[in-house]
Design a protein around this ligand. Sequence first.
Ligand code: SF4
Length: 329
Amino acid sequence: MTQRYRVFFKEIQKNFGERIFKITVNAGLTCPNVDGTKAKGGCTFCQESSYTGLTFQPGDSIQKQISSGMEYVKKRHKTAAFFVYFQNGTNTYAPLDRLKTIYETPFLFEDIKGMMIATRPDCLEKEVVDYLGELNQRTWLWVELGLQSHRNDILKKINRAHTVEDFVKASHELAEKKIKTSAHVILGLPGEEPSDSRSKACFLNTLPISAVKIHNLVVFKNTVLEKQFRQGLYDPLTLDDFTDQCIAFLEHLRPDILIQRINAHGPRDQTIAPDWSVNKWAALNSIHLEMEKRDSWQGKKLNIFFKSKAKLQEIKTNLLKDESIGLLG
Ligand code: SF4
């Protein structure tokens, strides 16, 4: 079944002419939302162990994590090229010298084609953005910026301790350095309405971002969200509701924005709710089938941007033909 949205890794594969695998690395950095600098306790949903890489062993150096990850993939695939993904914590939250030591490590490996750095929009000092600009000249760099919600009242509710304005500022500063930015959003946050999925996409359309990572909200063990869930203060989305919201989001999203993922799942033994989220394919299959059934596609409802029906039709045809739109040249 053709995916009716612009799949990130397919576009990357076209660009490099080979399949690219992602190696998740834990650089050992903390977060200003955890260490008390911005807030305490972290985001209400955050549980770091729910997103540790497959081959990660506590104490492993960055170099060791990269070589173990590459070895693991190479055993299963004849040839392989890689992106290193710095995921855990806030990966620009350290003195510049330490960041430089971390981000020079992938250059020791020939098969590493690019880097993805996940961070918060309020942790990008000018000297860090300048350094990322330099890195961007030497490798394929993506900065993944956490937004989660386009509403400050919701950000407050989930204890993000940054604002929507921080995100706008950071995305523009990165764009000035020609760094590709990916926005991380969650659908169905406590306090959000179903219509927020639509307005979240419309908000992102106004920003210089190149990709989006969409997550459903998962209640992990030992989080504030778990307490809220047990007290009846948070009701997770059903699979049908998440499917509806995700499709509404995609239909209102600019068709040039690449989709890095459309759902989240964690280890079964760490997941409290919703049950369907532990099955990676449940959400993917539901969204793909429903998009097909509704003849839905990324950008379908964007008549504000593309008033001409012919232009919208052209976008749809290209998506379904799976044609590259040369975004990554
Ligand atoms: S900003 Fe990221 S690492 Fe920090 S508490 Fe929130 S989710 Fe966790």
